[in-house]
Design a protein around this ligand. Sequence first.
Ligand code: PHE
Length: 453
Amino acid sequence: MEKRENWGSRIGFIFAAAGSAIGLGNIWKFPYLAGDSGGAAFVFVYLLAVFFIGLTVMLAEFAIGRAAGLDAIGSFKKLAPGSFWWITGAMGVLAAFMILSFYGVVGGWSLAYFVKTVSGSLSGLSVEQYTNIFESLIVAPMEPIMWQLLFMGLTIGIVVFGIQTGIEKWSKILMPAIFIILLILIVRGLTLEGAGAGLSFYLKPDFSKINGRVILAALGQAFFSLSLGMGTMLTYGSYLSKKENLQTSALTVVTLDTLAAILAGLAIFPAVFATGLAPDQGPGLVFVILPAVFNKMPLGLLFGAAFFVLLAFAALTSAISILECVVAYLKDQLGWSRKSASIIMGGIITAVGVVCSLSLGIWSGYTVPFPGHDPLVFFDLMDVISSKVLLPMGGLLMCIFAGYVWKVENANKELTNGGTLSAKWLPLWNILVKYVAPIVIILVLLNGFGVVG
Ligand code: PHE
């Protein structure tokens, strides 16, 4: 078996964990979900979900992963030998599979938009034309698949080369750049005429819009965006040295990720209203609205190109972490080499992703009924099962595991590095992990799927 790698430095870990968290979830998914679910009301529930449930689960994952020092399945086997808890990890590996399949498709769209911007084919068009361009891209059979293959090829390539040389180096250079470009976009969006309506849609909550579906969507999005509930953060924690402070690391990652999502919304909604579009455009929202904004900026082509290339990189650092979750399992549990695990699993996931892509176009006639939803195409099915079912359930199991099975005392020991770090917040965390998070997750799941009103 190969020796397990470790993170090169503290900051390297933060960048890589934040790199996993910040991705299409923040910039593509968060704004369109908020737009579909009433704007500020969704944002409000989302923030509660992130800071009460998300942060709680992240601490549990970091603690479990670092204490065991293994992949998502092996960690449970090591900390609770002979029990069935490894199933939590197995569910996570399944979720990783599903998420990466559609994630690779959207990563491909980002690459396609980079090239479209650079080639000038997005310059000087009307909003209707931007809508048409997006819609014809996603239904065209071959074009999106070529981009998806490129995106997945890059992902697999980086995972083949391992933690230090791959993930860490990329995250360090590219993460700060994403924040800078978002800030520039916000300034432009806010100075467009009519932007104010977008700002109040996004920031002034209408609480009557909150219902079970909105809450489940917000909770699922919190898990998705923070890379929680499937063992990604657990796996990343397992590469972390015993000296690091898990509490501040988790808080930093959660804050950065949330900031990125909020900024993305700020960059998008004022512009949506200024251009007269409806906010509930669905998955095309960023791909339609941002080209229209770049079009109205000096050096728009340059900023547009930079934005889409950064979006693709943000997607890449997340995609790497999803594949890593699967690879770490095969490597640690089944003794596969990193290289064959990455290539074989990456290949299978890419093939499933091709089905996702085709399900938006020529195979859009095949749908599956799903409780609480209109019939779903394969792409949406992968998304809904993973974000709204597997991740929240994974998070629920991690909380129960940390709180009751492995025991909260052991988790506390890990989170304070054996009693040497401050334990000021741990009593609160103990209540959250043992009672609040499990109960809330169960209720939200039941209510979101219409089981209890
Ligand atoms: N958090 C990533 C994003 O927001 C996606 C992701 C989900 C990554 C689950 C790892 C695990 O884009």
